[in-house]
Write a protein that binds this ligand. Structure first.
Ligand code: HEM
Length: 428
């Protein structure tokens, strides 16, 4: 018998419910214990394996679209993720065109407007203590709407917020009902999705004269100028909605962790503040002028990757390493565990930005805050800019009070967030 004929070992679980209850009680504790006991690969149940080896994780990601679908991706949301090849192909064509929209000209045009959005979001709190995650969702919702639709962004952040809220109960549920199922949650989801698509369509029709291709204001300009025959209006609409949703909660969680890390590590706040107060240019600095701040952000993403659990589903019988998978079997992995593995990261739980400044190369594939392979985050560059400049503006212009920050436990839910993190923001 070759090893590819067997499933990896794993906890047996309880009668009828398997491991679900134990997992739901303490998700990270359960995964850690599984790896400790069984090694880098273990079976969660008879259809799901959990992987921690960086090379296997990378293989899983680069074989996405061929042997695996991203149907169990936390970002794609389980309810919406479609596995059929046609849908995946349409998304990939649109994604390639969108990639061009994430070019320098568009990002620079957007960055010039980003600061006003950031400051408006903080100033609107009037210096009162607020929940930071919803505040950062407001900011990233506005930023994503601006990036995609620039001058036509008004009202978009609100429909996206409702769309995200309507997805939340469905992706948290282990039941997968068809879309026509007459439940209240599914009706709410359909209404919210259609409202978002309608709002985007109205703005596509309104944009009769896109800016010239060499001066795009936003993603819509790029998509309309470069429209290829196969890039139908429906694809433009779906791509923009996909980006608006992906650029809402995930960057908001990262920005929340950035603020949390800065207020709980005064030495890191001081480092970033030293760099931000030293900048005397009129424009926003490029990331190359902020090496300390960028290293802090890399460290925040290492310690607190918002998509702490990711997965793929086999679309055909296949293998991963020594293990055999049948069609619809899932393979999951946690970037959180990869990023804190002491085999790859010395003193892994310590926030140490210097590890990025010493010029050491991290273990290949052991750092994946933006994923990898054909479905890698399309907003990697933009996300880094938003987070780095966010820390820059924060330390330059605000005082933050968050007396209870150190007591906030990490919450491993759909996204990884600091539970109950509240803070007040006052201009200095
Ligand atoms: C700032 C922090 C961000 C982080 C940590 C992050 C992380 C991720 C990760 C891990 C994935 C891959 C999920 C998977 O493979 O299952 C992903 C996908 C994606 N991200 Fe981001 N992201 C960030 C910001 C953004 C921004 C600003 C945008 C908007 C431009 C964006 C757009 C997307 C899209 C559209 C996808 C889906 C790609 C696909 O399935 O083809 N992200 N992101």
């Amino acid at each position: 018998m070759t090893s590819t004929e067997v499933r990896p070992p794993g906890p047996k679980g309880r009668w009828l419910v398997g491991n679900t209850l134990d997992y739901d009680r303490d998700r990270m504790g359960f995964l850690r214990a599984g790896h400790e006991r069984y090694g880098d690969v273990f079976s969660f149940d008879e259809r799901t394996i959990v992987v921690r080896d960086p090379d296997l994780v990378h293989e899983l990601l680069i074989r996405t679209n061929d042997d695996f679908s991203s149907a169990s991706s936390a970002v794609a949301t389980r309810f919406e993720a479609r596995t059929d090849a046609e849908t995946a192909r349409a998304w990939m064509t649109a994604r390639r065109a969108g990639w061009r929209g994430l070019n320098r000209a568009t990002v620079i045009a957007h960055t010039a407007r980003l600061r006003a959005l950031f400051e408006r979001t903080l100033d609107d709190t009037g210096g009162r203590a607020v929940d930071v995650m919803p505040l950062m969702e407001t900011y990233s919702g506005r930023a994503a709407a601006d990036f995609c639709l620039g001058p036509d962004a008004d009202g978009i952040a609100e429909v996206v917020a409702e769309n995200t809220a309507a997805i939340e109960p469905l992706s948290g549920s282990s039941q997968l009902f068809p879309e026509w199922f007459p439940s209240r949650a599914i009706r709410r989801f359909r209404r919210a999705r259609d409202a978002t698509l309608d709002a985007i369509t109205t703005r596509i029709h309104r944009r009769r004269t896109p800016h010239p291709p060499d001066q795009p204001r936003d993603l819509l300009d790029v998509l309309l100028a470069a429209r290829e025959p196969e890039m139908r209006e429906l694809q433009v609409q779906r791509l923009i909605r996909g980006i608006l949703l992906a650029a809402y909660g995930v960057p908001a969680a990262s920005m929340t962790w950035t603020i949390h890390t800065l207020v709980t590590h005064p030495d890191l706040w001081d480092r970033v503040a030293a760099e931000s107060s030293a900048w005397d240019g009129d424009d926003e600095p490029p990331l190359s002028a902020l090496p300390q701040t960028e290293a802090v952000i890399r460290e925040v993403l290492r310690l607190w990757p918002p998509t702490w659990l990711m997965g793929r589903t086999a679309v055909r019988p296949t293998t991963l390493g020594d293990w055999r998978l049948s069609t619809r079997d899932a393979a999951m992995f946690s970037p959180f565990l990869l990023h804190r593995d002491p085999r790859w990261w010395p003193d892994p739980d310590r926030a140490d930005p210097d590890r990025w400044l010493r010029g050491e190369t991290p273990r290949k594939h052991a750092y994946l805050p933006f994923g990898a392979g054909p479905r890698v985050c399309v907003g990697t560059q933009l996300g880094m800019i938003q987070l780095t400049l966010g820390a820059f503006w924060l330390t330059r212009n605000y005082r933050v009070a968050a007396p209870d920050a150190a007591a906030c436990a990490p919450e491993f839910h759909n996204l990884l967030v600091p539970q109950g993190f509240r803070a007040s923001f006052t201009r200095v």
